[in-house]
Design a protein around this ligand. Structure first.
Ligand code: SF4
Length: 403
């Protein structure tokens, strides 16, 4: 097979499919487990790194496969050091964004609650067209493949390993509507969840939707352990039709009913995301309608002041307004948290870096030094195994599975 022929993306295969592939090449099945280990533990970016494979198998992998196919081309770090965003070029030249957010502390004396959360994209662009979103303005180009989705998480795992840390959580809140690419998102989650690979527990994933009702219902069946977040943004249909146009297809009544069924089926609370826009959805009346809407639903509301985008007249609500809104919900017994706007100085709102880079030239070349990653792979193996569910003797402890 020449490089121009269709290459198999190893990250897009399940472990069973990888076993089938190597067996079809005449290699024993255990070779697939070795490759899987290199992909998700060794974080290999090339078959050349898979040193325990026979040379002939490595050569065939080199000739006929790729690994995710993501190339980081630009990176920005927020001044507070807590958020980083990368622009990733895909094999066809399209670009997507992925964000890494750091929370809490690694100090065990302080509870050791450090989290490193990847905000992953699921599509190139987005068809939903939310009124305040840079990605929505770009329109939809295509769905991401399984490997392009997993590759974002592995990219940051590679970066974090250099600091002897790990990705702890993944939220699908980047570019795209994950429920419209549910099959690939689900497969990526399963691959990343596999205890023989990265072993990221199912409860560490959250899928966020603008309100695709059939997707919410299917997710309760297919991935009951995975968290659900809903981008609510308005407490009534008239306003939500404007801010989140998919509401015209799945209005609030149907959306909230789907959320109730999701809670009944999974026993998990739903996160309600509410972007606060000055003078648009942030009045006391909006807060009271939110309280009425959500009363009795097992949920938690996140209030997020808007990340303003260029060319859009919307502005974030004032701190005082956010507090009043929060207090009204609290008094009504609705659990609520005000979330920080992450990385306003790095255009961390979804789609903003891609928009900005599209208008610029001379991108700063960017790459992760793989030699450092590989060197650290063995040094951190025990730590890694502990973090991802493997005891030092190689036995797997329980990693909560997707279902
Ligand atoms: S907010 Fe999410 S669903 Fe809405 S347009 Fe942007 S990417 Fe799409």
């Amino acid at each position: 097979m020449g490089r121009g022929d269709a290459m198999v993306d190893l990250l897009s295969l399940t472990r069973d499919e990888l076993q089938d592939l190597v067996q079809s090449w005449g290699a024993p099945r255990y070779r697939a487990d070795q490759i899987w280990h290199w992909l998700y533990r060794g974080l290999a970016q090339s078959p050349d790194e898979m040193t325990n494979l026979p040379a002939a198998l490595r050569a065939r992998l080199l000739a006929e496969t790729t690994i995710g196919g993501l190339e980081p081309t630009h990176r920005v770090d927020a001044e507070d050091g807590e958020t980083s965003k990368v622009l990733l070029r895909l094999a066809d030249g399209a670009t997507i964004e992925a964000v890494l957010m750091h929370y809490g502390t690694a100090d065990v004396a302080e509870g050791g609650s450090e989290r490193h959360t990847v905000c992953a994209s699921s599509q190139v662009g987005c068809a939903i067209g939310c009124a305040f979103c840079a990605t929505g303005r770009q329109g939809w180009t295509r769905d991401l493949t399984v490997g392009e989705i997993s590759g974002q998480v592995l990219h940051f795992e590679r970066e974090l390993r250099r600091e002897r840390a790990h990705v702890t959580n993944v939220v699908f809140m980047g570019m795209g509507e994950p429920m419209l690419n549910r099959d690939a998102v689900g497969r990526a989650i399963r691959n990343l969840n596999d205890p023989k690979g990265l072993g990221l527990g199912a409860r560490r994933f959250t899928v966020s939707t603008a309100g695709i009702v059939p997707g919410i219902l299917a997710m309760a069946e297919e991935m009951p352990s995975v968290g659900l977040a809903v981008s609510l943004h308005a407490p009534d249909d008239v306003l939500r039709d404007e801010l989140v146009p998919i509401n015209r297809r799945y209005p609030l009544l149907a959306l909230l009913e789907a959320c109730r069924r999701h809670v009944e089926s999974t026993g998990r609370r739903v996160t309600m995301e509410y972007t606060m826009i000055m003078g648009v959805n942030d009045s006391d009346g909006h807060a009271r309608r939110m309280a009425d809407l959500l009363r009795g639903l097992l949920c938690h509301v996140n209030l997020i002041p808007l990340n303003p985008i260029e060319g859009c007249g919307f502005q974030p609500s004032s701190v005082e307004r956010v507090r009043r809104f929060r207090d009204i919900l609290r008094r009504a017994g609705i659990p609520v948290t005000v979330r920080l706007r992450r990385g306003t100085d790095l255009r961390a709102g979804c789609g903003q870096l891609r928009s900005a880079r599209g208008a610029e030239r001379n991108e700063t070349p960017y790459s992760v030094p793989q030699a450092e990653v590989t060197a650290l792979a063995s040094a951190t193996l025990e730590q890694e195994q502990h973090a991802h569910g493997v005891t030092p003797d190689g036995a797997h402890r329980a990693v909560d599975s997707v279902r």
